[in-house]
Design a protein around this ligand. Structure first.
Ligand SMILES: [Zn+2]
Length: 259
């Protein structure tokens, strides 16, 4: 049974620490943007770092790698990207990452960056998705490097996962994302309910993660670009007709960037 520890760090990040077997101390850290919170979590739970897994090259996902390697000379699994020189095992979409007691399916999800990977754990129920800055609770990452068609295809790939899949993304952006989503779908009851629950959680400084694919499909506008209401809101804001789902996606991504 996979245990997932949440490590809140930096301004808004979560690093996820995965312990595949409760009786064994070996654990894998996903996207360590800073070493110290990871070391603290390992010590607190008497765990041993067995490997490092990376979704993409941004500093808040990678800056802790060197300090961790200084104490734990482990392998680093991640994208085939020159921008992450510490990666020892280069991965691509369609690969399976086989680690002792831990198997992860590797998904290519370009858009936020071109080298972005997501990792899917299907051996536990429900399935667990570690998706970095591609899909967020109530939103998605900024499109720094990709094109709308590409990023929407990545998000649609994730949206097609089983509805009860748990989503472990890398930032606590849920409240701001849902406040933006409400501008697009003010009459979406699932969205207004979620916003209220999220406000209560954040007032108590509690995490809003993990989310689920079902909840995202009901409330995340970036997964709802095919719906007439979302298209109409994007057209009103852009002041132009939008012909494809990718155009709608691009328009609401730009809208969010400027919000
Ligand atoms: Zn990023």
């Amino acid at each position: 049974m996979l245990t997932v520890y949440s490590i809140p760090a930096l301004e808004s990040n979560y690093f996820w620490l995965l312990q595949p077997v409760p009786e064994k101390p070996d654990a894998y850290i996903l996207d360590p943007g800073d070493a110290q919170p990871v070391l603290d979590c390992l010590r607190r739970h008497q765990l041993n770092l067995a490997g490092i897994i990376i979704t993409h090259h941004h500093w808040d996902h990678t800056d802790g790698i060197n300090d961790l390697l200084a104490q734990f000379p482990v392998s680093v699994y991640g994208p085939d990207s020159q921008r992450i020189p510490q990666v020892t095992h280069k991965l691509h979409g369609g690969d399976t990452l086989e680690l002792p007691d831990l198997q992860l399916d590797v998904l290519a999800v370009p858009g936020h960056t071109l080298d972005h990977l997501a990792y899917l754990h299907t051996d536990s129920e429900p399935t667990k998705l570690f998706c970095g800055d591609s899909l967020f609770a109530g939103g998605c990452g900024r499109m720094f490097e990709g094109q709308p068609e590409q990023m929407l295809a990545s998000l649609n790939k994730l949206a097609a996962l089983p509805e009860n899949t748990l989503i472990y993304c890398s930032h606590e952006y849920t409240l701001a994302n849902l406040q933006f989503a409400l501008k697009i779908e003010p009459d979406n009851k699932a969205l207004t309910d979620r916003l209220q629950q999220t406000q209560q959680l954040r007032q108590q400084h509690l995490s809003t993660l993990p989310s689920t694919i079902a909840l995202e499909r009901r409330t995340n506008p970036f997964l709802r670009c095919h719906l007439p209401t979302v298209k109409a809101a994007a057209e009103r804001h852009a002041g132009t007709l939008l012909t494809s789902d990718a155009d709608v996606f691009g328009a609401i991504r730009r809208w969010k960037d400027q919000a």
